[in-house]
Design a protein around this ligand. Structure first.
Ligand code: V47
Length: 391
């Protein structure tokens, strides 16, 4: 695009933002100046969601153009037994309760074996906190995955699981991380952060790690040389101020460690939870979360629209509201489906590619660490007959 054309586009964007009362924020966005916490609050409270989205899209395109990342992955939730009793969770079971399960290392290996014909590059492995599982169990499930599919990347264990694993090992996390890495751990997912604010922690998940503990654990993970993701579970009892605070705390840690690869806003799914009466966030809420995150988190490269949670149509729109990643093919997701998600449990690689294209973006298959595996513009994809977007 010529400089003149670009200048004119930016001026029009600024004019639309100014008309919506967001002119000062637009100026900062165009000048690549960091937004303040107050700006974050203004964006949350602005009725002009489309302008907030346009500003976020400007940043998304400045950082990534039309590129939209996805990967071919598989989820394994190795146990649903958990002692944290979080009020937002429909996945947890108590020992002995109907439906409670723990996978043995052999069963974990079997799940991996079942996908050996698929081009899976990552296993995403998270679960409940079951204090009876010994430290050795965690090493064994990592090894079981690697023995079955040596080249796969294991993205496993949220910060609370890592805290539990260290507790069972009776050693500091810093000391056991090299052993987990040696057994196959490649990076960590972003779950379990919920909302950092103490008030929300007290009301919703007081048995779980605090926000400060989550952040401190992430710091240790990054210092050990692992990358991780980060999340916020939004759409329940939290206030806009508490959301801004959460994003700001992530941004401050990222300034220090640069260890976060992607941020994923997780929309609360209420079914079968103690918070069922709260209802779910709307599609507009979800798009705003994506957009505000893209604008505030100027030091985190990727914003993920997790299609399993959003549904494919909202995830497609999110690609023009700041998101540049859609997660992966997934296979057998339990946490959201227990809480009422109606999305398919798995999509094929070519379906993901097609619906990213249908959203007007350029699909790029990545590995977990964002190395490009396939830029999808080669004849390989062109040879696949076009399919309508899923709905
Ligand atoms: O830790 C649990 C949340 C997380 C519900 O890192 C719920 O790439 C909404 O972390 N409604 C698990 N959310 C999912 C997760 C994740 C997903 C995709 C990609 C990545 C990544 C991470 O889901 C949990 C919890 O924060 N959660 N129950 C619920 N009813």
């Amino acid at each position: 695009m010529s400089d003149n054309r670009q200048g004119a586009d930016q001026e029009q964007l600024w004019e639309r933002a100014e008309a919506a009362g967001l002119g000062a924020i637009a100026e900062k966005v165009l000048a690549k100046t960091r937004l303040s916490r107050e700006d974050g609050l203004t964006l949350y409270n602005s009725p002009a969601l489309h302008v907030v989205g346009e500003l976020a899209n400007h940043v998304r395109e400045r950082m990534h153009g039309d590129r939209t990342y996805f990967n071919v992955n598989q989820h394994i939730n190795y146990t649903n037994i958990c002692n944290k009793l979080c009020r937002f969770c429909a996945f947890q079971r108590l020992p002995g309760q109907e439906g409670a399960y723990v996978m043995s290392p052999a069963e974990v290996a079997e799940k991996i074996r079942a996908q050996l014909d698929a081009p899976v590059t990552e296993v995403h492995m998270v679960a409940g906190i079951y204090p009876k599982l010994p430290y050795e169990y965690y090493l064994q499930i990592l090894r079981a995955v690697k023995e079955t599919r040596p080249e796969i990347h294991i993205k496993a264990f949220t910060m609370i699981e890592l805290m539990q694993i260290a507790r069972r090992a009776k050693r500091p996390l810093r000391e056991i991380l090299p052993e987990l890495i040696e057994a196959g751990l490649g990076s960590c997912p972003g779950g379990g952060a919920e909302v950092f604010a103490d008030r929300v922690h007290r009301e919703g998940y007081h048995l779980k790690n605090t926000g400060e503990q989550w952040l401190e654990t992430a710091r240790i993970v990054h210092e050990a040389g692992l990358r991780s993701n980060c999340t916020m579970l939004h759409g329940h009892i939290e206030t806009p101020e508490e959301r801004v605070d959460h994003l700001d705390r992530l941004r401050r840690l990222q300034d220090e460690t640069h260890g976060f690869q992607a941020y994923i806003p997780l929309s609360f799914h209420p079914d079968h939870t103690e918070w069922a009466h709260l209802g779910a966030p709307t599609a507009l809420d979800e798009l705003r979360e994506i957009a505000v995150a893209r604008l505030l988190l100027d030091n985190i490269d990727h914003i993920k629209a997790y299609w399993i949670m959003l549904g494919i149509p909202v995830a497609q729109i999110a690609l023009s509201y700041g998101a540049n990643d859609v997660d992966g093919t997934v296979v057998e997701e339990r946490i959201y489906h227990d809480a009422g998600a109606t999305t398919p449990q798995e999509v094929e690689r070519r379906e993901l590619v097609q619906w990213i294209r249908d959203a007007g973006r350029v699909p790029v298959e990545r590995d977990t660490l964002y190395n490009v595996i396939d830029s999808c513009d080669a004849p390989r994809e062109a040879a696949i007959p076009a399919e309508p977007a899923l709905s």
